[in-house]
Design a protein around this ligand. Structure first.
Ligand code: ADP
Ligand code: MG
Length: 302
């Protein structure tokens, strides 16, 4: 196992940020660590990388206890922190040389050149980090994380704040890197993990709520239903509504109000509005109760 997390809890003051979290990541896998904001993703990653101590439990990286062998573990891990705090006044190359120096790399100069090439920084290498776009700063962050050729990469929201083109570029870069390394990356975006990960671990409110292959989790998410409550100005024909595309079930109807269920990704609202227009009905109100990711998470683990 590249990473074994065993019964980790983390308490900040009175708040339990991680509650008895356990999971394993196999060597060579690319794993998405998915969860809403505040779920505990960054906290878990900081504990795996040895940046902050856990309150209880143990983490092993390549079989080494992170607390007991922190120096060794840090050499085996590359870490891209959230909001990667880069030295904005340093030049790209200068910064990477500085990082290489921290690891005492013998072939520092060659490694820096290699990382610049690998992360697509050749054209920007002589610029100050502060002068780079967010996408290029993220590349510098990846170069920094990779410079000592770690076996395991921990990337905390590597695409957050990037524009769509940059997101695709960074994703491709991570996929490329993932061919040779174990990667754990966090995100709050489902599509992100769909695009690059073999496995997904979902965390919610400090607890693991799913840990499965991407394929299995996709299947359960796409089957998720949404509930829509529609109030018309007069009674609609329930049998007609039942047959509208996307409507999977009428949950209840009372006078002019219908509560229905729809399945899949499609937005049912325009269908309802078009139906109303056709039947000369007026929609007085329409409310869609999205199954929050949180709810889906709960269902996944029920
Ligand atoms: P995520 O990365 O999933 O958004 P975090 O790990 O950053 O979540 O945070 C998990 C919870 O712990 C949040 O409620 C957050 O407010 C809290 N938290 C994180 N860091 C600290 C800290 N240094 N002190 C107190 N609370 C914190
Ligand atoms: Mg975070």
């Amino acid at each position: 196992m590249a990473i074994s997390v065993k019964n980790i809890s983390k308490i900040y003051g009175k708040q339990k940020a991680l509650d008895n979290v356990s999971f394993e990541i196999r060597t060579g896998d690319v794993v998405g660590f998915l969860g809403p904001n505040g779920a505990g993703k960054s906290t878990m990653m900081k504990i795996i990388t040895g940046f902050i101590p856990q309150s209880s439990g143990e983490v092993y990286v390549n079989g080494n206890n992170v607390t007991e062998k922190s120096l060794l573990v840090r050499r085996e891990i590359g870490y891209l922190p959230e909001n990667n705090p880069l030295y904005l006044d340093m030049y790209v190359k200068e910064y990477l040389k500085f990082v290489a120096g921290l690891y005492d790399l013998e072939n520092a100069k060659a490694r820096v050149e290699e990382m610049i090439k690998k992360t697509g920084l050749t054209v920007e290498q002589h610029k100050k980090i502060g002068a780079l776009s967010k996408g290029y700063r993220q590349r510098v962050g990846l170069a920094q994380a990779l410079i000592h050729d770690p076996k395991v990469l921990i990337l905390d929201e590597p695409t957050s704040g990037l524009d769509p083109n940059q997101i695709v570029e960074i994703r491709n870069l991570i996929s490329e890197i993932g061919k040779e390394k174990t990667v754990m990356l966090s995100t709050h975006i489902m599509q992100e993990v769909e695009a690059i990960c073999d496995k997904i671990i979902i965390i919610n409110k400090g607890m693991i709520v799913a840990d499965d292959t991407t394929k299995h989790i996709q299947e359960s998410l796409s089957a998720a239903e949404q509930q829509v409550t529609v109030e018309f100005d007069s009674m609609p024909d329930i049998n007609e509504i039942k047959k509208l595309p996307g409507v999977s079930k009428i949950i209840s109807h009372k006078e002019n109000t219908v509560v229905l269920e729809s399945k899949g990704d499609a937005d049912i609202r325009p269908i309802i509005f078009n139906y109303a227009v056709e039947k000369k009905l007026t929609v007085l109100s329409l409310q869609k109760q999205e199954k929050s990711l949180e709810k889906v998470f709960q269902e996944l683990t029920k």
